[in-house]
Design a protein around this ligand. Sequence first.
Ligand code: PEP
Length: 252
Amino acid sequence: MRKKLVAGNWKMNTTRQTAVQLARELVAAAGQETAVEVVVCPPFPYLLLVREVLAGSRIALGAQNLHPEPKGAFTGEVSPVMLTDCGCQWVIVGHSERRRDLGESHEFIRRKLVAAVHHGLQVILCIGETKPERDAGQTFQVVRAQLQDSLPALTSDQLQAVVVAYEPVWAIGTGVNATPEQAQEVHAFVRRWLGEQFDAKTAENLRILYGGSVNASNAGALLAQPDVDGVLVGGASLQASEFLAIIRSARR
Ligand code: PEP
């Protein structure tokens, strides 16, 4: 039985004050949540502040990015060692905003994935097609290539530290979410691929999240799909009431 996971990607939002306030509200209402696993990913400068607020709660801390090297001359970058040192248990890898806007290659994403797992972090690996790719009927091809370029670098055992987030690029921050049927179709495809590439147990156990304009109104129907094991939430994770309602939908 896969436990549902609800992760909030705060992106480049919040201030010291609002980050702490948001974390406090989540801890007050969902700090002892047991039915759903909850993760929040604040911006780097607020990780330690949010960590203090989360202390003693069941809400886990995640980062939005990492560099694959443990240390060195990589100006402006943050290593997996630093993330674990700051109390992160999770990290997002392969987000489309980084693939598209920062030109992150498949190879770089694979190195990040491997480094994160090597350093004991759990990874949310994002994949998903653009609108032109969907319109051209290339969704499965694109998603397969993104999986193929990253996950085979890990063993089945290491894959226990990974969740895949299907995030169609056309749904991110647009207010247009994939329908539950569209999400289920791709999630089922990802699970079949995992079974073929690894084994039945890995395919059965690995959680596949949906991300892209998830909110309190559409989360329930998405989460009701058999292969939707949770959600990665951007905009709606910045409002405690909205994020808490999404967590509640994942309980059912
Ligand atoms: C995201 O960026 O991971 C995301 C899902 O954003 P939004 O929920 O705002 O579409």
